[in-house]
Design a binder for this molecule. Structure first.
Ligand code: PLP
Length: 394
């Protein structure tokens, strides 16, 4: 006799991607200790928190050590000061008008992308291939039925709802996309919103990289008319303010979002109040500072630093006539590997010939085979050197 385990976990495909990369890099370094490796596979930020943020957090630390300003459990949905700062951020950045009650502060977009499905029943889940693996794995863990939509070279890695039959879907959309760097324009996103409304589906829109958008593509799904009635948005300070280690994000569930007579906002509020005890006061003060005018200016300077790197890489591929997406409005550059190579074979070639580490596209889904991801999160100097090395390969 033994306890019963969740069988769904048996259905997860073992993800060897990052452990396999680490294994191959370790073997290469041991055999070639004199070679300088440049890592352009990093999905994490490298610039430190900006001063406005650390000052606000330091002040909050002081407050926590004083009787009169000490705080215990934070509100499960976030302090009003941060929820209001997020509403203001949307008004300024996205021309989208939200209410404080629509906003739920959280400890990361990753957890919310996975947890949000808990408020839904047994619906079919639509996920683009390739995409951020958390959407797929968290739904497999819940035993959900998943259908992939095809992102590929012919649709520039931006699949549309054309040809999808049926309805009542939960649809994940990530724009700017990880790993492809592709960004939906207003017309394309409008198509998705219209599809969701027509088919009684719900969109889960991941805008974790919105800060990287420098043109007029939507920074929020709520820039599209009717989105509040069919979409939840998940956003994070990880990549816009360097919070990957600090942990703060938000999820927008508009009060207008209803299924029949049930409010999704009320359900998510209940779910969070039951299973989540909030983000620390110190972190929420840092997040508020990151969204202030001064904080935003400092954070955007870092985003621009990364985007200068992205442009170096993108310009090189343009010059060489290599197909790629991203690099503009995204810190990711997703390119087609030379004819005759698989993603992993090309990984080995880059490592062995020019000592550059990237990420094989096949690790993000079937359609990622034959593609490769480089990121702009390295230093400018290393990126410059990497580009010179890459020119020898193409
Ligand atoms: N969403 C996407 C598309 C991501 O690429 C990442 C992190 O790489 C996340 C969410 C996770 O964000 P967070 O650090 O807020 O959990």
């Amino acid at each position: 006799m033994s306890v019963k385990l969740h069988d769904n976990y048996d259905n997860l495909v073992k993800n060897y991607l990052f452990s396999e990369i680490a294994k191959r890099v370790k073997a290469y370094t041991e055999a070639n200790p004199e070679k300088k490796i440049i890592r352009l596979g990093i999905g994490d930020v490298t610039q430190p928190l900006c001063k406005t943020v650390t000052d606000a957090m330091a002040k909050a630390v002081e407050e926590m050590g004083v009787q009169d300003t000490f705080r215990g459990y934070p509100p499960e949905w976030g302090y009003d000061f941060l929820r209001n700062a997020i509403v203001e951020h949307y008004a300024k950045r996205c021309r989208a008008s939200l209410k404080m009650d629509d906003v739920f502060v959280s400890d990361g977009a990753k957890s919310d992308c996975g947890n949000i499905v808990e408020i839904f029943g047994d619906n079919e889940i639509i996920i683009p291939d390739p995409v951020y693996p958390v959407y797929l794995d968290s739904n497999i863990m819940q035993g959900r039925r998943v259908t992939f939509i095809q992102a590929n070279e012919s649709n520039l890695f931006l699949p549309s709802p054309d040809g999808i039959e049926g309805g009542n879907y939960i649809i994940y959309i990530c724009s700017p996309n990880n790993p492809t760097g592709a960004v939906y324009n207003k017309e394309q996103l409008t198509k998705w919103v219209e599809f969701a409304r027509k088919t009684s589906s719900i969109i889960i829109f991941d805008s974790a990289y919105e800060a990287y958008i420098s043109s007029d593509e939507p920074k929020s799904i709520y820039e599209i008319d009717g989105a509040k009635e069919c979409a939840i948005e998940i956003c994070s300070l990880s990549k816009s303010a360097g919070f990957t280690g600090t942990r703060c994000s938000w999820t927008i569930v508009p009060t207008e979002l209803m299924v029949g007579d049930k409010s999704l906002n009320a359900m998510w509020a209940r779910r969070q109040a039951t299973k989540f005890n909030g983000v620390p006061y110190i972190i929420q003060r840092g997040a508020e500072a990151a969204l202030s005018d001064e904080g935003r200016k400092e954070c955007m300077a870092q985003v621009e630093y990364y985007m200068r790197n992205a442009k170096l890489i993108a310009d090189m591929f343009k010059e060489k006539g290599v197909f790629f997406t991203g690099g503009v409005s995204s810190p990711y550059i997703w390119f087609k590997v030379p004819e005759g190579y698989t993603s992993w074979e090309f990984f080995d070639k880059l490592l062995n010939e020019v000592q550059i580490v990237g990420t094989p596209g096949s690790g993000f889904g079937k359609n990622g085979e034959g593609f490769f991801r480089l990121t702009a999160f390295g230093s400018y100097e290393n990126t410059l050197e990497a580009v010179e090395r890459l020119k020898k390969v193409f």
